[in-house]
Write a protein that binds this ligand. Structure first.
Ligand SMILES: *[C@@H]1O[C@H](CO)[C@@H](O)[C@H](O)[C@H]1NC(C)=O
Length: 173
């Protein structure tokens, strides 16, 4: 199944084991990410949606495509009311970051997460590692482990200070 998102998804960090594996996909110039795909939709996933809410988003993402994409991804996940038979419910957490990370939605039912996207604004700096660290902490909670079922999807313009980039890399190692 292919999941197409109308967005600038600057980087995607998907982890089967949160510490040792990650992929980064740069998609700055495309309007649609066609290579975000999932091999099955049977649910039972843990997904962290991490949104840049720094000041630069006001001009790099004036139509809030990152928020629309985050909502679309959340909508794609299986809520507890949609789960039945072989389809298990997913878990989602919604986080935004500028100078610090904010927990908009603690790891829980995707069916109740939509309104938490209303909190995402566009002011402040771009402390991306704070958002990713919070995502890892959320995914490690909720029981059932993270192996081969967890992903962190970061929506950002990638305008990050060098010191913060270094910190992000050590976070992902
Ligand atoms: C999510 O919230 C947005 C903004 O309020 C709304 O337009 C959209 O219909 C909602 N989506 C769902 C699936 O409820």
């Amino acid at each position: 199944m292919l999941l197409s998102l109308p967005l600038l998804c600057a980087s995607l960090a998907a982890a089967s084991t949160l510490k040792s594996q990650h992929h980064q996909i740069q998609k700055r110039d495309d309007t649609v990410c066609t290579d975000l795909s999932v091999s099955s939709n049977n649910g039972d996933r843990k997904v962290a949606i991490v949104l840049d809410s720094s000041g630069s988003m006001a001009y790099n993402d004036p139509y809030d495509l990152r928020i629309k994409a985050g909502r679309a991804l959340n909508d794609f996940l299986i809520s507890s009311s949609e789960a039945s038979g072989s389809q298990k419910a997913d878990l989602v957490t919604v986080i935004d970051f500028d100078d610090a990370a904010y927990l908009d939605y603690p790891l829980g039912d995707p069916g109740k997460a939509n309104s938490s996207f209303d909190n995402v604004d566009a002011t402040g700096g771009t402390y991306i590692a704070s958002g990713v660290n919070m995502a890892i902490a959320q995914l490690n909670g909720g029981g059932g482990g993270t192996d081969k079922r967890s992903a962190i999807v970061v929506f950002t313009d990638g305008e990050v200070r060098v010191s913060h980039t270094t910190q992000l890399i050590s976070t992902l190692r």
